[in-house]
Structures are given as C-alpha cells and as structure tokens.
Write a protein that binds this ligand. Structure first.
Ligand code: FEO
Length: 170
C-alpha cells in the first residue's frame, strides 16, 4: 500500500515527465520550422524517452494498487532565440528534473518507503545520463558558435540519434 503523500508526489512527477515530453516536442517543432531536421529528430527521440519515464511511473502506481490521476499539462514555450538557447534550456530543464527526482527520493526516505526508494534509483541513474547527454549536446552547439557550416554538420551528427524503446513496455 502506497502512502497517500507518495501517491500524490508520483502523480505530480508523472505530469512533469509528460510536460518534459511536450517541451521536447515543441523544440522539435521549432527546429522543423528552421529546417534543422537533425536537431528535430534528436528532440523527437528525447520526447519519446520522456513519455517512457512517465509510463514507468504510471505502471508503478498501478502495480502498487495506487490511483493514477492525470491532470492538465502546462503549455510549453514555442519559440527560442537560437539553437544555443534551445540546448541551454534542455540542460537547465534536465537539472530541474534531477532536483524533482531527488525530492521524491527524500520523501521515500522520510516515509521509510524502501520499495519506492528502490524503484526511484532507476531515475537517479537515468538523470545522470540525461544531464550528460544534454550537457554534451550543449557543449557541441557552443563550439559550433556562429559558424553555420559547423552547425549544419552538428545537425547531421545529432540527427543520428536513435530512440530505443524500453524492453518491457508493451
Ligand atoms: Fe525524464 Fe529527461 O528526464
């Protein structure tokens, strides 16, 4: 039986993960409008991963006999000043999500909820990867700077990203 406070906190995080997916889909749309289809593809893969993160929380609530409560998703921004501004936003957003996951872990500790704590460790590890991936992309965009041919090459490189669906999801 899941503590009601933990149930509410996980539902809130489920919403935050869907928002992350929304945010990256919006970034994908931005890149499509400026014809940087490689960056757009990178964002599509990122958005799909965020939906996987959300569904993992969803399934955990169901497994624990708790109630999934879906709520309105905030409208994401639609415009950015530059490619650099987008990837800076991605990195900052992932740092914010890491903070949210850490708060959930803190709550599981304060409630002595060892099962949820164990479940959340997957997200702790995932956030290390998420931050590394976002920071890596941001550094490359920074290096390309105002050089449009370097940016086009980077667009091609990041466009190679392939979405890997989780093994267990149906
Ligand atoms: Fe669900 Fe990118 O963190």
């Amino acid at each position: 039986m899941l503590d009601k406070e933990m149930e509410a906190a996980i539902n809130k995080q489920l919403n935050a993960e869907i928002y992350s997916s929304y945010l990256y889909l919006s970034m994908e749309a931005y890149f499509e409008t400026i014809d940087l289809s490689g960056f757009a593809r990178w964002m599509r893969a990122q958005a799909k991963e965020e939906l996987d993160h959300a569904m993992k929380f969803y399934d955990y609530l169901v497994t624990r006999g708790a109630r999934v409560t879906l709520t309105a998703i905030e409208t994401p921004p639609t415009e950015w000043e530059s490619t650099l501004a987008v990837f800076d936003h991605v990195y900052k957003h992932e740092q914010l999500v890491t903070g949210l996951i850490n708060k959930l872990v803190d709550l599981s500790i304060s409630l002595s909820d060892h099962a949820t704590n164990n479940f959340l460790q997957w997200y702790v590890a995932e956030q290390v990867e998420e931050e590394e991936s976002a920071s890596g992309a941001l550094q490359k965009v920074k290096l390309a700077g105002e050089d449009s041919s370097a940016l086009l090459m980077l667009d091609q490189e990041l466009g190679q990203r392939v979405y890997n669906p989780p093994v267990k999801n149906e």
